[in-house]
Design a protein around this ligand. Structure first.
Ligand code: ATP
Ligand code: MG
Length: 574
């Protein structure tokens, strides 16, 4: 490493990658006077997902580390699919992830007038023409990957005629699809993007969320994107690999127009995450066809969904950092993301007790009406998280899974008929009697407690099991939602067009438990806070409540990695 590199990497928090190396070299060569300006350019036609998070982390992170700026630019050239709900949701999500664009929020539509002028300039240079081929004819003329295209019969129109027609396109004299403006490049180019691509099309009757009804012609994405980058003085335009083939077109626009600055495009591989999808079109279909509750359904890989699910933004940033930035396509295991969430939450989520499938336990020798207050630490390691009071009473709930009449095997350390178990942070109880209903289902346990066991195991007593519990008198009732992967297939995104990706939806992705009982301290839980429900996982409060006003808690993630097991099962079943 040169001295300069060492000096620069000092203030980098993120590990290097090939893009940072390019930027380091550019700075060393004093390219762009050493400035670094990046941008995150979403199209406001849907909510952001985990793939976008990677792009946000990359663009904003680089700007931060190199003391540059990162612009938030809405690529809004396709008004009929875009709206302000999406604009607002995107801003919310970027902010929530921990990034700030300051005053640098732009819309490609801010540049419509300038883009129009550039188009006029291209026409004057003899580099653009108005074409009247139908969409179908245009496709035929374009040729294929192996055959060159043919020139449009309108290609040699004189400049004056092109200028007149383009002005009349803008003035609204022609119908949708009647005419387009095309760049005049090379119909025989091996790169199809260079075969006289359309740069303006006519769209009547759409109200653009920013420009209203001002325009009836709209610039195409490829044309708009590179010129917007240029107008904003972007130095490094980072995008996903599929745009590598578009780069020669971007270069052609910038070179032909002899623009004062020429952003450097660098491509990296898209993030794809197993057992979910990151295609906006497919995510939109999930929402519109009612397969999920909405864009922020906690099963969705959207940032809004992950927020509602309880993923902390720091965990998502950490995930982006761990998977790194490369040019090779790969599909990341969901377990990697969940581990980041788990690590983050383990360190800082206060512990609580919650019984998800309650079974009533009456402690016969516990004084009726007595409620003891037990002081319990909020975190096993971190004392700074303080403590809370837990009420102990004659009737408590334990989880049904923590009782069996007869132990199924030696590993079963929980409560059995006639056996003993410790109630976590409380006393040892013994099960004296099992009460069943007419169908033989266990409805209640009669137990007795040993007052000498609070906080200590008297000598000679072998109590191995510790189970969680909640006071029946003081517990609060809640609904708890447990989530599983949204799809049964590791790469549902790979489904070809026409193939129905929804066939891979996991019918058991949501399990709703309506009878849960939580320790009373959880009455104070706020949306956005995280808790570990001991032995059950990490949970957060949902913004919604049940119809009867009871709180709803979402399981963010289980305590241990359950994906390893799923992978093993998948491997076994071939
Ligand atoms: P669309 O098909 O609607 O264009 P898109 O996923 O490309 O979908 P954009 O809003 O255009 O969505 O994306 C904004 C930015 O996020 C782009 O720079 C894009 O390259 C980047 N991006 C999108 N998906 C991913 C992904 N899976 N991994 C990394 N970056 C992504
Ligand atoms: Mg895109």
């Amino acid at each position: 490493m040169s001295d300069k590199e060492t000096a620069m990497s000092d203030d980098h928090t993120a590990p290097s990658n090939f893009i940072r190396q390019i930027i380091d070299e550019d700075i060393a060569a004093n390219k762009n006077d050493g400035r670094v300006v990046t941008r995150f350019p979403p199209e406001p036609n849907g909510y952001l997902h985990i793939g976008h998070a990677k792009s946000i982390w990359l663009n904003f992170g680089i700007a931060e580390d190199y003391h540059g700026t990162c612009h938030l630019r809405f690529d809004d050239t396709n008004p009929h699919k875009e709206n302000v709900e999406f604009v607002e949701a995107i801003q919310n999500d970027v902010r929530w992830l921990g990034y700030d664009w300051g005053e640098h929020r732009y819309f490609a539509s801010d540049y419509f007038e300038q883009l129009y002028d550039f188009a006029v300039q291209l026409i004057k240079l003899g580099k653009a023409y108005v074409c009247e081929l139908s969409a179908e004819a245009m496709r035929e003329y374009r040729g294929t990957l192996t055959e060159p295209g043919k020139n449009s019969p309108y290609r040699e129109r004189p400049v004056e005629e092109n200028l007149d027609l383009f002005a009349r396109m803008r003035a609204g004299e022609f119908a949708d699809g009647e005419k387009v403006l095309r760049a005049k490049i090379d119909m025989a180019s091996p790169n199809i993007n260079l075969r006289d691509p359309t740069i303006y099309r006519i769209r009547h009757g759409v109200v653009h969320h920013q420009t209203g009804a001002e325009w009836c012609i709209y610039p195409m994405y490829d044309y708009t994107h590179c010129l917007s980058d240029m107008l904003e003085g972007i130095t490094h335009s980072l995008c996903t690999l599929e745009f590598a083939d578009h780069r020669p077109l971007y270069d052609w626009f910038l070179d032909t127009l002899e623009t004062p600055c020429h952003p450097q495009q660098i491509e990296f591989s898209r993030l794809s995450l197993q057992y979910t999808i990151t295609s906006k079109r497919k995510l939109t279909a999930l929402v519109e066809d009612g397969h999920v509750e909405g864009w922020d359904d906690p099963r969705m890989p959207t940032i809004a969904g992950m927020r509602r699910r309880g993923y902390p933004p720091a965990a998502i940033r950490d995930f982006c950092q761990r998977i790194g930035v490369t040019k090779s396509d790969n599909s990341v295991e969901m377990g990697v993301l969940e581990n980041c969430v788990r690590e983050e939450l383990n360190a800082r989520a206060p512990r609580r007790m919650a019984v998800l499938n309650p079974l009533k336990v009456v402690i016969s020798n516990y004084p009726e009406g007595q409620v003891e207050s037990l002081t319990v630490a909020n975190h096993p390691q971190d004392e700074s998280l303080g403590s809370r009071e837990i009420p102990m009473s004659r009737e408590v709930y334990i989880d049904r899974a923590d009782f069996m009449e007869v132990a199924p095997n030696k590993k079963f350390k929980r409560l059995v008929a006639g056996g003993e178990v410790r109630l976590r942070n409380s006393y040892v109880i013994r099960c004296d009697e099992v009460i069943k209903d007419g169908q033989g289902e266990i409805v209640e346990l009669r137990c007795s407690y040993d007052p000498a066991t609070l906080g200590a195991n008297p000598e000679g007593r072998k109590v191995k099991g510790v189970i969680h519990w909640v006071s029946a008198a003081r517990g609060i009732h809640a609904e708890v939602r447990l989530y599983d992967r949204l799809f049964n297939h590791p790469t549902p995104d790979a489904a070809k067009d026409g193939e129905d990706f929804t066939a891979h939806l996991n019918p058991e992705s949501l399990l709703t438990l309506t009878q849960c009982v939580l320790e009373p301290a959880l009455a104070e839980a706020q949306v956005g806070e995280h808790y570990q429900f001991e032995r059950e996982g990490y949970f957060c409060k949902d913004p919604a409540t049940t119809a009867s006003g009871a709180p709803i808690f979402n399981r963010t993630v289980t305590l241990r990695d359950s994906w390893a097991k799923i992978e093993q099962q998948a491997a076994r079943s071939g």
